[in-house]
Design a protein around this ligand. Structure first.
Ligand code: NAD
Length: 489
């Protein structure tokens, strides 16, 4: 049961049902007697029930995944790729049917929900096209041969967040299965339903036990990280949970990949082209209502461009139509859940109350049950404001000035986070020399937040541990074995 999800059924007299048949465990769709309520963030009211999960469900899934691991691993990579492609095609075919469920549980506009499903399918195919074969490290007449063999780890536990429930989960599914592992996936308890609907499609594609999807809560995630039947945890979520997972996984020495929070800065140099910067940052900071790990979360603008930039960015974000994602004209939805809504409201109120702060646009918070905040731009804050220092994960963007580039780099790097950053300039060489001094796992130049399957992604410092995507990410789902041979006779 989710403590954050209030029971509103008495308020509205609705009889709720579940739109999904159950968890996917060992090839069967399973639901017990217990259900919990899933809230629609556009209304703040429960709209559907999701089956609750038990420790027995996890044990059963782990046993099935372990049983199937040898046969799945024995298949060729081409064979596994073909099944992943079949699954991806079924997701695309079902996107229009599943998208309303995703919009209702998440809040994002319907077109963006469909886009998430189809783009996730596209990435699944791309991820499973990356070469993962063995390598010859050395073949030397004098010193002999050394081969690098990459074996699957066994059973992968994937734990996903709520901001892109399908995409972030399905990238993990593709990476784990393609590399020859079997899998147990747990979606966020805030957004379990579309993932369970997608899991029902997987049932018809993969052998029983290869992919298991269970909609457990936070405690279920903790069971996964300490479960002796799981060999690796791939986690995307908050830094605080990531630290707990690292501690818990140590007992069984699980391999872990942690994709955690970020506080990405955009650095707009004095020769930047505002025709490029403004649309780029309007999208990066506000798409998905700012609920993206690699969204732009603070902007540092050269003093000479600051006022023009702020004026143009404010105009750009005022074009958004904030509303229920099920309404055809909405371009921006609510915050996904009440905890996040309260968090962003607190950052906003704290920022507005500071000396010198100016709200250039937005700043309105809905009072009628939905978790809406109008897209907001605030200037005049210092670097110590919590809205600048911490991860807001919402549509409230601080814009700060700088006069000296070195000083701006130091201010940006003075952060516990290191996920992404961007540098904007007409002079790409100049931008590059600044980019390499920013402490972030990815630095984009004249773009922010581009996500590509073949490019490793992950964070420095409190933003993560390891990388996903690309060959490097795929290797993190595999164990290296070195085979050493004498010189050929
Ligand atoms: P969260 O950490 O609260 O939850 C993420 C998942 O972890 C959920 O499935 C949750 O049930 C589970 N969980 C919670 N406690 C657990 C525990 N003790 N053990 C195991 N699992 C547990 O994060 P969230 O609020 O769902 O997601 C938002 C956060 O995710 C933001 O900080 C965002 O930046 C981050 N994020 C990072 C990336 C990235 O790639 N770096 C991508 C998307 C989101």
């Amino acid at each position: 049961m989710q403590s954050a999800q209030k029971d509103h059924r008495q308020d509205v007299g609705e009889a709720l049902t579940s739109p999904v048949q159950g968890h996917l465990i060992d090839g069967e769709l399973r639901a017990g007697a217990d259900f919990y309520e899933v809230v629609n963030p556009a209304t703040g009211r429960a709209f559907a029930l999701c089956p609750s999960a038990t420790q027995q469900d996890l044990d059963d899934a782990a046993a099935a995944a372990r049983r199937e691991a040898p046969a799945w691993r024995a298949r060729s990579a081409e064979d596994r790729r073909a099944l992943i492609a079949d699954f991806a095609d079924r997701m695309v075919a079902a996107a229009a049917d599943i998208a309303p469920l995703l919009t209702q549980e998440h809040g994002k506009p319907l077109e963006q929900a469909k886009f998430e499903l189809t783009v996730a399918a596209h990435h699944m195919k791309q991820l499973s096209a990356i070469p993962i074969g063995d390598e010859v490290l050395r073949d030397d007449e004098a010193k002999g041969r050394v081969l690098m063999r990459y074996h699957p780890l066994g059973v992968v536990g994937a734990i996903a967040p709520w901001n892109f429930p399908i995409a972030l989960a399905m990238h993990k599914v593709a990476q784990a299965l393609y590399t020859g592992n079997t899998l147990i996936l747990k979606p966020s308890p805030f957004t379990p339903l579309a993932t369970l609907a997608v899991a029902a499609l997987a049932r018809d594609v993969f052998p029983a036990g290869v992919i298991n999807v269970i909609a457990g809560g936070n405690e279920f995630g903790a069971w996964m990280t300490s479960h002796p039947g799981i060999d690796k945890i791939t986690f995307t979520g908050s830094t605080e949970t990531g630290k707990k997972i690292m501690a818990s996984a140590s007992a069984t020495l699980k391999r872990i990949t942690l994709e955690l929070g970020g506080n990405d800065a955009a650095l707009v140099l004095d020769d930047a082209d505002l025709d490029v910067v403004v649309p780029g940052l309007a999208r990066s900071a506000f798409y998905n209502s700012g609920q993206i790990c690699m969204a732009t979360k603070r902007v540092y603008v050269a003093d000479s461009l600051h006022d023009a930039f702020v004026e143009r960015l404010a105009k750009a974000v005022e074009q958004h139509r904030l509303g229920d994602g099920m309404q055809a004209n909405s371009t921006l939805g609510p915050l996904q859940n009440v905890v996040q809504f309260d968090k962003v409201k607190t950052y906003l109120a704290g920022a507005v109350a500071r000396d010198g702060a100016q709200v250039k646009t937005g700043g309105q918070v809905s009072q009628d049950g939905g978790y809406f905040i109008t897209p907001t731009i605030i200037t005049g804050l210092d670097d110590d404001a919590p809205l600048v220092r911490e991860e807001q994960f919402g549509p409230v963007l601080p814009v700060l000035r700088f006069t000296d580039v070195e000083d701006a780099v130091a201010r940006i790097n003075d952060s516990r986070f290191g996920l992404g950053a961007s540098v904007w300039s007409r002079d790409v060489e100049r931008a590059l020399s600044v980019a390499e001094r920013l402490n972030a796992g990815t630095v984009w130049v004249n773009r922010h937040g581009v996500n590509e399957s073949e490019v490793p992604f992950g964070g420095m410092k409190d933003s993560g541990y390891g990388r996903e995507h690309g060959q490097m990410g795929l290797r993190s789902y595999m164990e290296l074995q070195v085979i050493s041979l004498p010189p050929r006779a």
